[in-house]
Design a protein around this ligand. Structure first.
Ligand SMILES: Cc1cc2nc3c(=O)[nH]c(=O)nc-3n(C[C@H](O)[C@H](O)[C@H](O)COP(=O)(O)OP(=O)(O)OC[C@H]3O[C@@H](n4cnc5c(N)ncnc54)[C@H](O)[C@@H]3O)c2cc1C
Length: 303
């Protein structure tokens, strides 16, 4: 029987583990298919506090894990495939292995949706990004593209327009799904140019470096070259909450709904990080929620 089982080993899960292990609760963390979480697939992280020269994503996550293990946290390299939160102790399965736990922290993150293009396969993380807040500052004064038609795409375009010389907003339909106010805001920016209705083709490249994208006008079938220094794909995220949804509340997009910061509707089951955060999705906010979840678990177990 575990006191507390943490599902996910990104910044939320590992921060929760550090706090719980220091408080002598011996948390058991299931690392999932991506041990260390999303930051393990990026290079420089420049906005995690405490690293004035930045730090490599994989190094940051390896250090977080070592910090949790130093205090006694136990990492299991397995995936939780099924849960039953309808009775206590809570039951979790890693394939056929049953795990019983008094408390659970869900920290399974949210996966950025891609478009499945060959350009993304080749230049993901090297010219094509899924997070303007994370990577926008690398493109200061440069020309970038943003792909998408929802609120988050328009918000990313507006954010980037304050940093970049020019932002090309590319959307496959004539009309935007985003709220009219967001569309108005984007249209009012002199350095945002809107391209509709266009879909993406192959990347433009020079000596293996990303130089832009081919785009097809779906009304005229004309294909044009769009030279760019970087491209941001902003077509949403999928929260990794599917297996928990029958027991806890999730919103229309699948993000776990919480009250009192990190509590789900099942007492003893907590959620932290991107899986419960449709808004911010940053390493430091995930870590903060992990800390909150750990402190809430301590209170729950003590009472
Ligand atoms: C390319 C890239 C660059 C980024 N750059 C920055 C940046 O510079 N600064 C910044 O602040 N943020 C950045 N982010 C965002 C940041 O990585 C996330 O906000 C943060 O990692 C969220 O942490 P998390 O712990 O909630 O989830 P994640 O990091 O997504 O971790 C989720 C964990 O859950 C595990 N998991 C999922 N399902 C299961 C399961 N069923 N069983 C067991 N384990 C499971 C996964 O294996 C993983 O370990 C970037 C994201 C990406 C993709």
């Amino acid at each position: 029987m575990n006191d507390v089982t943490i599902i996910g080993s990104g910044p939320a899960g590992l921060t929760a583990a550090i706090y719980l292990a220091r408080a002598s609760f011996t948390p058991v963390i299931y690392a999932g298919l991506q041990p260390g979480g999303q930051l393990t697939i990026t290079t420089e992280v420049e906005n995690f506090p405490g690293f004035k020269d930045g730090i490599l994503g994989p190094t940051l996550m390896a250090d977080m894990q070592a910090q949790a293990e130093r205090f006694g946290a136990k990492i299991v390299y397995d995936v939780i495939t099924k849960v039953d939160f309808s009775k206590k102790p809570f039951m979790l399965w890693a394939d056929k292995t049953l795990i019983e736990s008094k408390a659970v922290i869900i920290a399974t993150g949210a996966t950025a949706r891609d478009l499945g293009t060959s350009a993304e396969k080749k230049f993901g993380g090297r010219g094509i990004s899924y997070c303007a807040t994370c990577d926008g500052p690398f493109y200061k004064g440069k020309k970038v593209g943003v792909v998408g038609g929802g609120d988050s795409a328009l918000e990313e375009a507006c954010y980037l327009s304050n940093l970049c010389s020019e932002v090309i907003l590319i959307h496959r339909r004539q009309e935007f799904r985003a709220s009219p106010i967001m569309v108005q805001r984007a249209k009012s920016k002199s350095n945002i140019k809107i391209m509709t209705p266009f879909t993406l083709g192959d990347a433009l490249e020079e000596k293996g470096q990303f130089k832009g994208i081919k785009a097809k006008n779906t009304a005229t079938q004309e294909v044009i070259d769009v030279p760019l220094d970087g491209l941001f794909i902003a077509v949403g995220h999928t929260p990794n909450s599917e297996i928990f949804a029958p027991f806890i509340e999730v919103d229309a997009q699948g993000y776990i709904s919480t009250h009192d910061h990190v509590k789900t509707r099942v007492p003893g089951v907590f959620a932290a990080g991107d899986v419960a955060d449709p808004l911010f999705k940053q390493a430091v906010t995930a870590a903060g929620m992990g800390c909150q979840a750990a402190l809430a678990v301590q209170k729950f177990l003590e009472h």
